[in-house]
Unconditional design. Structure first.
Length: 591
């Protein structure tokens, strides 16, 4: 039976089945026009979606660098990014500048180094360069000048580091010839600060002075400074006491930081990092004291001045006075003494200016002049001396400088020393000895300028540190890393392509090729089995059931007898040798 089937089966024209491509075209030509159009549109859409997914997965992750390019020099930004070889793009809807996620930090550093900052929309004195009509009033001229002055002041304030933008409003009243109607100008300043930054009181005072000196007759008290959050900044400058307290606090903290750094510099090379902790507390006196002292040293007197007066007066003249009987009387006659003391009494009785007589009554002659010696006249003598002494005196004027250190307190805690055993590599912890702690104490005292007279204290103690003292830094999860999303995009793109190929394109192609084969089997079944004319009638009336290879698409039992018969005829026509082998196996099984 198998041989009959083989001999009676007619051969095809070329003896080979049609090529896959030709069969696909033949099957496509046998479809309806609507189905052909739908199939081509579906294939084109699938290919387009596949290419779009591949491009999307290959596209890098872009992040916004600037929310908008308004007020910025776009040319300078492009030149800076191009020079740094940084890819960028601009969002057409929002105008945001986008760069790769890996280049965001580097791009910001490059633009900051190049001085690219958003420009301001303030109008300065260039408004005066515009042509003015002949009918321009004085009010318009004054308004333009005030507007230009406001713009220039806003630009100047915006140039500060912490200020992002500024607006200045000036209220300049019209001058009056009457003194009682004179009004002073005033100003208000709105500053927009960068995120996370603030203005110190000194900077606010600088802005106030800047505006006050730019407008004639504008006093500092008439200027108000406000930030973008509505905080009044100008009152901080007015509270001088609070400002001074803040400065004193900052000075104390800087003093403590400087002394702490000295301790670090002296202990770090000896103990190493994280092997000690040091803190310094400084009691700083900010009071201003002036004192004047005057001291005397009584042990060292000094002669300052001396005045001496000596007077001696001798009456060398004779009797003086108003001439008269008494003054013109001759001297009384001398009388000889009656006793042994008569010579002395006689000498005493001699009047001043009269010749002296010896005991014998003879005149006493002066040996130098040879003249008789005369009795001396009465004389007056006075000596006066004045001495002024000064004691050693010192006057000192002392003004103590503010910020004088009253007392220092230094605390240092040292961890146990770690010793490594060279034999087995084991580490052991041992406390420091008292001598070593004493040496550390002397080092710290010399580093901070220890002064026992003012009550400074330095404490260095040894205590074991906790093993979990270090700050635990949380690891960044992998899904927050920029590379993770790039990998996810690549994987999603590959999965989508696989689903598109094996879930859409392959079933469609298989359906097309299978439909063509079934049509070919139906059209050629009568011709291929033409040599079996004697059996054709019998085969048409019998129910035949035959299993074929997987390459032949057999219909399911639910499709009916005719479909199954046509499939078996196609199988016999395409591969008669295999059909004969199946029939042979059936016969051998029956025997």
């Amino acid at each position: 039976m198998a041989e009959a089937v083989v001999d009676n089966a007619p051969a095809k024209a070329d003896g080979k089945p049609p090529l896959f491509g030709l069969s696909f075209l033949e099957n496509l030509s046998e479809m309806t026009m609507l189905r052909q159009v739908g199939l081509m549109v579906g294939l084109a859409a699938s290919v387009a979606i596949g290419f779009a997914v591949v491009l999307w997965s290959q596209q890098p992750d872009y992040r916004p660098l600037y929310g908008s390019l308004a007020g910025m020099d776009s040319k300078q930004i492009m030149e800076t990014l191009a020079a740094a070889d940084i890819a960028y793009t601009v969002e057409p809807n929002s105008g945001a500048l986008l760069v790769k996620a890996d280049d965001v930090a580097r791009a910001r550093m490059k633009l900051a180094a190049a001085g690219v900052t958003p420009g301001d929309a303030n109008i300065g004195f260039e408004i005066l360069d515009k042509d003015q009509g002949l009918g321009t009033s004085q009010f318009m001229e004054a308004t333009r000048y005030r507007r230009g002055l406001e713009g220039e002041l806003a630009r100047t304030i915006s140039s500060l580091n912490n200020v992002k933008g500024a607006r200045v409003h000036l209220a300049i009243p019209k001058s009056s010839v009457f003194v009682r109607d004179e009004r002073k100008p005033s100003a208000s300043v709105l500053v927009e600060l960068f995120s996370g930054r603030s203005l110190e009181p000194g900077q606010v005072l600088a802005i106030i002075n800047l505006v006050a000196t730019s407008v004639p007759e504008l006093s500092k008290s008439q200027i108000t400074v406000v930030d973008q959050k509505g905080n009044l900044l100008s009152d901080q400058a007015e509270n001088s006491a609070l400002t001074m307290a803040g400065k004193q606090f900052d000075y104390s903290r800087r003093m403590e930081s400087m002394l702490t750094q000295r301790v670090h510099n002296i202990l770090q090379p000896v103990l190493g990092n994280d092997r000690y902790k040091a803190e310094v507390s400084a009691d700083v006196d900010f009071s201003a004291v002036e004192s004047t002292s005057e001291q005397f040293n009584p042990d060292q007197p000094a002669l300052r001045s001396e005045q001496s007066t000596s007077e001696q007066r001798t009456a060398s003249n004779g009797p003086q006075g108003v001439p008269g009987a008494l003054s013109n009387q001759p001297p009384a006659p001398a009388s000889a003494p009656q006793t042994t003391g008569g010579a002395a009494a006689m000498a005493a009785a001699i009047q001043p200016g009269q010749p002296l007589l010896d005991a014998n009554g003879q005149q006493i002659m002066d040996p130098a002049t040879g003249q008789p010696m005369l009795a001396p006249y009465p004389a007056d003598k006075r000596n006066q001396s004045t001495k002024n002494f000064e004691l050693d005196r010192s006057i000192s004027h002392t003004k103590q400088q503010q910020g004088r250190i009253n007392r220092l307190s230094v605390s240092v805690v040292v961890d146990d020393q770690v010793k490594i055993n060279a034999a087995n590599g084991e580490t052991t912890r041992a406390p420091w000895s008292a001598d070593e702690l004493a040496r550390f104490t002397r080092l710290v005292q010399d580093a901070v300028g220890f002064d026992a007279s003012r009550g400074d204290s330095v404490s260095v103690i040894n205590m074991p540190f906790s093993l979990e003292r270090g700050e635990v830094i949380a690891d960044i999860p992998f899904y927050s890393q920029p590379w993770f999303w790039d990998v996810v995009k690549q994987v999603l793109g590959v999965l989508f392509i696989l689903v598109l190929v094996f879930g859409v394109l392959r079933p469609v192609l298989n359906n097309i090729t299978g439909h063509g084969k079934k049509q070919l089997a139906l059209s050629g079944s009568d011709v291929e089995l033409g040599g079996m004319g004697g059996l054709d009638g019998e085969l048409r009336n019998d129910r035949v059931s035959l299993g074929g290879p997987q390459s032949i698409l057999l219909p399911s039992p639910s499709e009916g007898y005719d479909a199954q018969l046509n499939a078996i005829k196609s199988l016999v026509a395409e591969d008669p040798g295999r059909v004969a082998q199946v029939v042979k196996e059936w016969i051998n099984a029956d025997e």
